[in-house]
Design a protein. Structure first.
Length: 91
């Protein structure tokens, strides 16, 4: 991606970690209007300092750059959080 990476706020990053820990099935809203449903797998930081949210969905494993995430909503009954807006919370 050619745009400069903008890190996600640390308190919001925690929601992604929780989603991965519990392997939540998520509805993921991306900047630009795209949506997908996928299972949270892990987070990954590249040498360039760009951070990615790794998910497993119908199209296989995908790496989503964290600054392209608008919101996540767990679809699992009893999830420890509801919809979290990520898109306007940058460092």
């Amino acid at each position: 991606m050619s745009d400069a990476y903008r890190p996600l706020s640390c308190d919001l990053y925690d929601y992604l970690e929780i989603a991965c820990m519990h392997r939540y099935q998520l509805r993921i809203e991306l900047v630009g209007g795209r949506e997908l449903t996928a299972q949270a797998v892990t987070t990954r930081t590249e040498a360039s300092k760009e951070e990615f949210f790794v998910v497993q969905g119908a199209q296989g494993e995908q790496r989503l750059r964290m600054d392209q995430l608008l919101a996540i909503t767990p679809l699992n009954h009893g999830a420890s959080f509801g919809r979290v807006l990520l898109g306007n919370a940058r460092c």
